[in-house]
Write a protein of this length. Structure first.
Ligand SMILES: Cc1ncc(COP(=O)(O)O)c(C=O)c1O
Length: 398
């Protein structure tokens, strides 16, 4: 029904992934597997709804304070995640990162600590530091067959009075960890005991595959110092149309955020095309998300098989529980991060997410965006293979 294997030329659409690659990698001539948007078509219901809206000749200021916006969100959370989200707990904000930044600025002072699981989505680290707060690491540890939080260490961090916020990323970027109900309850218990506010970034919520996504919104009746922030950007591949929404029972935070947007930034209302997208996607996009996840799951299997067949002594990969991101370890190869990242660029001609931007120390990982057609993925894997074969050859010559 949906063709996720068609190769779509995205060049010359002002897309960051292809057309602005040079700002990061110094050239646009690499095969891109870096930034987290998909080379896959959005849900046709969204493009049709937007096109229909555009037949009206006026695109004036628009409000989200309407059931056109609230009802589809309620429907999605009820049907996908079994949660009855109340209208009055939903707010609109320009982006997920904007929301996170503003909550941090509202609830903490300069040099306070913000706890994040590491490896961490790089923008969390940048914006915490950019706002003169301290990144406090709660490292995820690989235990047998999945990433785990060290709760003893996490509790110790939460007990420090200067650490006021925990940013939970679930499903987690870059490891793909999907937090279990038990883990979320434990997080809530520790945060409540120590008065730590939880910001739950659930932007990857529709990509939980190995287990069901449990939203922090489910925990709000027990602890109200939680804000969930999310959007349709990743799930339906519309990140170019900036938008987000949040859910919180902390109405002090909700009202302060709204007031801040109005009186500090002069922001009000919503993008009318987004309201149409929310309606179309959340009322009719169930099959699309299921098909998309099946495609990504298949791609993860392809990566796994390829590595076992061709790169078993070089790379280690565990299929993620969620997200469309593959977190790949090159420790076994014995090469340093500098050698690997340089070679992936100059030999493989491929742009991956260098692990060092997600970690606070030297890395042995890179992140590969697997939301691509199968043929593109296979070409990328061949390029990675060529990279390491060439590195081994050079090493043997010395
Ligand atoms: C975990 C996470 N949060 C937030 C974002 C960015 O969201 P926004 O563009 O709405 O700020 C991304 C994008 O990659 C992400 O992976």
């Amino acid at each position: 029904m949906y063709d996720f294997n068609q190769v779509i030329d995205r060049t010359n659409t002002n897309c960051v992934k292809y057309d602005a690659m040079d700002s990061i990698y110094g050239t646009n001539a690499l095969q891109p597997f870096w930034i987290a948007d998909m080379d896959l078509p959005t849900f046709p219901g969204i493009t049709e709804a937007i096109q229909k809206r555009l037949t009206h000749p006026i695109i004036g200021y628009s409000t989200y304070q309407t059931n056109d916006f609230f009802s589809p969100i309620k429907h999605w959370f009820q049907t996908r995640f079994d949660i009855n989200v109340l209208k009055q707990d939903i707010g609109y904000a320009p982006t997920v990162l904007f929301t996170i930044t503003e909550v941090i600025r509202m609830l903490t002072n300069e040099f306070d600590g913000i706890i994040v699981n590491t490896p961490s989505y790089n923008a969390f680290l940048t914006l915490i530091e950019g706002n003169k707060r301290m990144v406090v690491e709660s490292p995820l540890e690989w235990c047998e067959d999945r990433y785990e939080m060290n709760f003893t260490h996490f509790e110790y961090l939460c007990q420090m009075p200067q650490n006021k916020i925990f940013i939970l990323c679930n499903p987690q970027n870059p490891t793909g960890k999907v937090f279990t109900n038990k883990e979320l309850l434990k997080i809530v218990e520790i945060c409540e005991k120590n008065d730590v506010f939880i910001i739950a970034d659930e932007i990857h919520m529709d990509f939980a595959r190995k287990s069901k996504h449990i939203s922090m919104a489910k925990m709000m009746p027990t602890y109200d110092k939680i804000l969930v922030t999310t959007c349709l950007g990743k799930s339906f591949n519309i990140s170019g149309m900036q938008h987000s929404y949040f859910i919180t029972k902390d109405h002090f935070v909700k009202e302060r955020l709204n007031q801040q947007m109005m009186t500090v930034y002069g922001l009000f209302g919503a993008n009318p095309l987004i309201i149409q997208a929310v309606k179309a996607a959340y009322l009719e996009g169930h099959d699309y998300i299921d098909a998309l996840n099946a495609h990504i799951e298949n791609n993860m299997q392809i990566i796994d098989d390829y590595i076992h067949r061709h790169l078993n002594h070089t790379l280690e990969f565990h299929q993620p529980e969620g997200t469309f991101l593959a977190w790949i370890d090159f420790r076994k190869s014995g090469f340093s991060e500098i050698e690997v990242f340089e070679a992936l660029k100059s030999i493989g001609r491929i742009a991956i997410g260098e692990g060092s931007i997600y970690e606070m120390h030297e890395t042995t990982h890179f992140r590969l965006n697997a939301a691509v057609p199968e043929s593109v993925l296979l070409e990328g894997l061949d390029r990675i293979k060529l990279t390491f074969e060439t590195l081994y050859k050079k090493r043997n010559q010395h």
